[in-house]
Ligand binder design. Structure first.
Ligand SMILES: *[C@@H]1O[C@H](CO)[C@@H](O)[C@H](O)[C@H]1NC(C)=O
Ligand SMILES: *[C@@H]1O[C@H](CO)[C@@H](O)[C@H](O)[C@H]1NC(C)=O
Ligand SMILES: *[C@@H]1O[C@H](CO)[C@@H](O)[C@H](O)[C@H]1NC(C)=O
Length: 313
């Protein structure tokens, strides 16, 4: 009986060690997925192994050239806050020397889509931003990487720009707003920024009901500061907006004319007429209401009181 028991124990021990051995041999290369890895998987692993996304992907003595473009989708102007909000897509492309491969070694794979948090991006920001605290303007979208190491990134972006508004000719005014883009920390020897061929594109513009973009220009500036020998390049975009005023014509110009006619009628009345007092009272009331409407529509500004207000009072 004891012998049989010993035999069972030995056999079972042998079985279990055999099973364990078999399990070990299959697990020798680490856990294997049941799917075969694709060429894309392999390329991603090869490119991103030890990739440090915080290091500029070029030698420190080489310049990374960033090509910049903007597609404006929509604009909103806030007179009270003196800001222009620009909804846009920004086009940035640069060369990442660490993300190069030969497509013949990867089954003809020529482009790779990588998430924005996986690879380096230039820190191109809006200098005259009205939202200083939350400075990340860009949406989280993928980058497209091409075989030679060229990276294209087109994130949607919302910029809030500080604008110096001049409301003197309100409501027939035009405003100029400037957007200045540049690298926040790198100088021109490290990151050079250049406009692309299209510059500022407007094909996808969704019209604002109040403002028309009548002119746009894009130019590159090189700034030198006393502190450092390196240049600081930036891209300045100038937008000229004109107010679409037909609705204001009806709302403002017509009452203004009514007030003028009432004042003139005043002079046509004989000096002793009792109606003069009533008429003057009505005119004063209309002017007061009119001024109340203005305070609702336009901000109180130290300079540049709108001419229409000056004329009416
Ligand atoms: C994985 O590749 C092997 C060898 O090329 C093949 O035999 C197997 O069928 C593939 N498995 C799948 C799930 O495609
Ligand atoms: C980096 O700079 C060196 C020295 O100026 C130059 O020879 C080399 O071509 C540059 N490399 C790239 C990729 O521009
Ligand atoms: C890619 O590799 C193939 C074969 O190894 C070679 O013939 C070809 O010149 C390489 N292409 C580049 C751009 O290096």
């Amino acid at each position: 009986m004891a012998n049989i028991l010993r035999l069972v124990v030995v056999v079972c021990g042998f079985c279990s060690s055999d099973v364990a051995f078999a399990g070990f041999t299959t697990r020798k290369l680490g856990p294997q997925p049941i799917w075969n890895s694709t060429v894309t998987d392999k390329l991603r692993q090869d490119l991103l192994l030890n990739y440090d996304k915080f290091a500029r992907p070029a030698q420190h003595y080489n310049t990374t050239k960033v090509v910049f473009g903007l597609t404006i989708r929509h604009i909103e102007l806030n007179e009270f806050k003196s800001t222009l909000v620009v909804h846009s897509w920004i086009r940035l492309s640069w060369k990442d020397e660490k993300l190069q491969w030969n497509s013949t070694n990867y089954g003809g794979l020529e482009t790779l889509n990588l998430a924005d948090h996986e690879i380096w991006q230039p820190d191109i920001f809006l200098y005259n931003s009205a939202t200083s605290s939350g400075i990340t303007h860009y949406g989280n979208v993928n980058c497209i990487v091409y075989e030679g190491g060229d990276v294209l990134w087109v994130p949607p972006a919302q910029f809030s720009v500080l604008c110096n508004l001049n409301l003197k000719y309100w409501p027939f005014d035009t405003q100029r707003c400037e957007m200045i883009f540049g690298s926040w920390t790198y100088n021109g020897d490290q990151i050079d920024i250049d406009p692309d061929n299209d510059g500022v594109k407007m094909e996808l513009l969704i019209e604002n009901s109040e403002w028309n973009i009548v002119d746009k220009s894009l130019k590159k500036n090189m700034k030198y500061y006393a502190c450092c020998p390196s240049p600081y390049p930036d891209i300045t975009i100038d937008l000229t907006l004109s107010r679409i005023s037909p609705s204001y014509k009806a709302l403002i110009v017509t009452p203004a004319f009514v007030v003028i006619i009432l004042v003139l009628v005043n002079f046509w009345l004989p000096p002793q007429a009792g109606e003069k007092l009533i008429l003057n009272g009505c005119t004063a009331l209309i002017i007061c209401l009119f001024m109340l409407y203005f305070t609702q529509k336009i901000p109180t500004m130290g300079t540049h009181t709108p001419l229409i207000v000056v004329v009416c009072t």
